[in-house]
Design a protein around this ligand. Structure first.
Ligand code: URA
Length: 189
């Protein structure tokens, strides 16, 4: 088993796919090593590539506000992406790029060992929940995979493009909070 630091130094040197050629920085992920909730996006955008940190652009600011609205701070959770290097012109990651890179995400999940995994958008949901996932139909539904409670909601960038999605996304975030409380109650027995 790696530590997150060990894994990060491996990922930083990765050249397993062509996305590594154009990157400024690898965006490994960040947050609490003991997080109960892990958010997973699709891949770094322009700002994330420049800064080497996930969700630091406008979508990231919105994500931070939503995390705070349900009573957590960004530092309490763990935030990562399916692919760690920016796809050119913000295109969707290709299936083969996701397949190669998701091994690193699996390690992150193993190390952080969250109870709740939230997929942000279609790409993360397809890679993590099932390949035929439809974000409009299947968002907000809880899936169980082993010990993990997994749900997908809209990507914050989609909420910036279409304000009408915000109401559903807010319902999903309230459901995340309820799941967290339910699991905490179970722990107390
Ligand atoms: N969009 C993502 O999917 N991930 C980020 O880190 C930033 C924007």
């Amino acid at each position: 088993m790696y530590t997150l630091d060990e894994l990060q130094s491996i990922v930083k040197k990765c050249h397993r796919c062509p996305l590594s050629k154009a990157r400024t920085n690898v965006v490994f992920g960040e947050g609490s090593e003991k997080a109960t909730i892990m958010f997973i996006g699709e891949g770094p955008g322009y700002n994330e590539d420049k800064m080497g940190r996930p969700f630091v652009g406008r979508a990231g600011e919105l994500l931070d506000r939503m995390i705070e609205a349900i009573g957590f701070k960004r530092e309490d959770v763990y935030i990562a992406n399916v692919v760690k290097c920016r796809p050119p012109n913000n295109r969707d990651p290709l299936e083969e790029e996701s397949e190669i890179c998701i091994e690193f995400l699996r390690w992150q999940v193993k190390i952080v060992d969250p109870d709740i995994i939230v997929c942000l958008g279609r790409i993360a949901a397809k890679s993590i929940i099932h390949k035929d996932f439809r974000i409009t139909q299947n968002r907000g539904i809880w899936y169980n995979k082993g010990k993990f409670n997994i749900m997908a909601t809209y990507h914050p960038a989609a909420l910036l493009r279409d304000e009408s999605k915000k109401r559903d996304a807010w319902e999903d975030f309230k459901s995340i909070k309820r799941k967290y409380e339910e699991l905490n109650e179970d722990m107390k027995g």
